[in-house]
Design a protein around this ligand. Structure first.
Ligand code: ZN
Length: 242
């Protein structure tokens, strides 16, 4: 089954639409959290994702903040302003959908967690030590995560039993075997220096992962972020993808 893997859409509808066009056709979609916050289109993004075929979706730290499940004071000034704005925009229906999202899921022999399998909402997996510790916290061979906005894979080196990583670039194809933790990067707020929207296609029959990047109209999203009165920093960084 051809499965679309997306994470960290962050209310960026233009980026999400570009990804959906590039990925079509696909049979199912797995979304790894942070659907909202930062961007100008939280309702439109939630509705678009809710209606994807055979959707499995988990929650992220920005859902937690926006839904006031966590103390919003734990965010810095700009993040707090954005979360409060987003909370006011959300329709009741979309809020209920986000409230119902689980922290983790397991589907087709793959575990899903926004941050890490050990601490699903908040932990970043950005180094081999953290990845190695997390390998003990999921039962399936593979775990997909988001949160860092960096497309990369951590895997066990079968020969020396160490943990290694690889940053994923556009068009990279990986056949996944053995224990690994993989991040598709961010659709709506990339932070690996490439401003294009990031996503992956995973073939559940062959365990093949293909990484993709796609361009979208960044300037129009930046204008809409500023026009909405949202922090300019969240608009500016879209140009550099950092
Ligand atoms: Zn995020």
């Amino acid at each position: 089954m051809r499965t679309l893997i997306i994470s960290d859409v962050h209310a960026n509808l233009a980026a999400l639409e570009a990804v959906l066009s590039a990925a079509t056709p696909f049979d199912s979609a797995w979304c790894l959290g942070d659907l909202v916050d930062y961007g100008p289109d939280p309702n439109e993004c939630v509705e678009r994702i809710r209606n994807l075929p055979r959707l499995t979706c988990i929650t992220g730290n920005h859902e937690a903040a926006v839904l006031e499940m966590l103390a919003i004071e734990s965010f810095n000034g700009d993040a707090r302003k954005s979360a409060l704005w987003t909370a006011k925009q959300l329709t009741d229906e979309n809020r209920q959908f986000l409230l119902g999202l689980p922290e983790t899921a397991a589907v087709s022999q793959v575990s899903l967690a926004h941050g890490s399998p050990r601490f699903p909402v908040w932990e970043y997996v950005l180094d081999t030590q953290t990845a190695a510790e997390n390998f003990h916290h999921f039962e399936t061979p593979i775990c997909f995560v988001g949160h860092s906005h960096i497309p990369l894979i951590f895997y066990k080196n079968g020969f020396e039993h160490g943990t290694e990583y690889l940053i994923l670039k556009d068009q990279n194809v990986l056949h996944l075997e053995g224990k690994s933790i993989i991040n598709p990067g961010s659709v709506g707020q990339p932070r690996d220096g490439d401003p294009r929207a990031s996503f992956a296609i995973f073939d559940t029959d062959t365990n093949t992962w293909q990484q993709y990047r796609v361009e979208y109209d960044i300037k129009s999203v930046q204008k809409r972020i500023r026009d909405a009165g949202l922090p300019h920093n969240h608009a500016n960084r879209l140009s550099s993808g950092s």
